[in-house]
Design a protein around this ligand. Structure first.
Ligand code: C5P
Length: 220
């Protein structure tokens, strides 16, 4: 059992929880690439940068240090220029604007470079939108997780409620629909399965079942 594991798919398909648990089981490093796009978006919003100004966003990406720390408890702490912003990157404003930042080619170039560096010195489970197609095209294990829009919205809703945030299910569904459309239609590295990815529909699966399935496919 050797080699990096790429897990892609749309928002709320269960990638991050499954990827995190899988990494724990295998003793690999878990890299949440979406957290990196979120961290940069958080900083851009924080600094009041015009998100339509691609040059400024690229300059920001190049001047920003983003660090992901896997904790002993199995969670991931996110640092931007040494400030911990783990909770802040899950704010609705960040979710709303992140795909606008993520479609800028120069931003992607920079974050992809960082992602490849992280994978160069560790065995990793990396989740995102373009890991199997672009970031780690040589990864021996590639998965693409999907689920119905209804189910993905329901999962995101429960996560937000559990973290004490009042939300409305229909609003979340619209937000996910909008973000998926933006991620799928962008010109660089659009969300799509790699030709050699195994596609798994998780609509009717519990996260433990997803992890068991991934392990089974990896060990096969
Ligand atoms: O995974 P998560 O939903 O936190 O990702 C947030 C956003 O970051 C996505 O909607 C997408 O716009 C962007 N992203 C990306 N490429 C990745 C990971 C995330 O464009 N590899």
């Amino acid at each position: 059992l050797h080699g990096n594991i790429a897990i892609d798919g749309p928002a709320g398909a269960g990638k991050s929880t499954a990827a995190r648990l899988l990494a724990q089981k295998l003793g690999y490093l878990y890299i949440d690439s979406g957290a990196m796009y979120r961290a940069l978006t958080w900083k851009a919003l924080h600094q009041g940068i015009d998100l339509a100004d691609e040059r400024q966003l690229v300059a920001l990406a190049e001047a920003t240090t983003i660090r992901l720390e896997n904790t002993a408890a199995g969670t991931v702490k996110v640092y931007c220029d040494n400030e911990e912003i783990t909770a802040a990157i899950r704010q609705e404003t960040v979710s709303h604007h992140v795909s606008t930042v993520a479609r800028v080619p120069g931003v992607r170039r920079r974050l992809v470079e960082l992602q490849r560096q992280m994978a160069a010195s560790n065995r990793v489970v990396m989740d995102g939108r373009d890991i199997g197609t672009n970031v780690l095209p040589e990864a021996p294990y590639k998965f693409f997780l999907t689920a119905s829009l209804e189910e993905r919205a329901r999962r995101r809703y429960q996560e937000l409620i559990a973290s004490g945030r009042p939300v409305d299910l229909e609003t979340i569904k619209e937000e996910i629909r909008r973000r998926d459309a933006q991620d799928s239609q962008r010109e660089v590295d659009p969300l799509q399965p790699a030709p050699d990815a195994v596609i798994i529909d998780t609509t009717n699966m519990k996260v433990e079942e997803v992890v068991a399935k991934l392990l089974e496919l990896i060990q096969a």
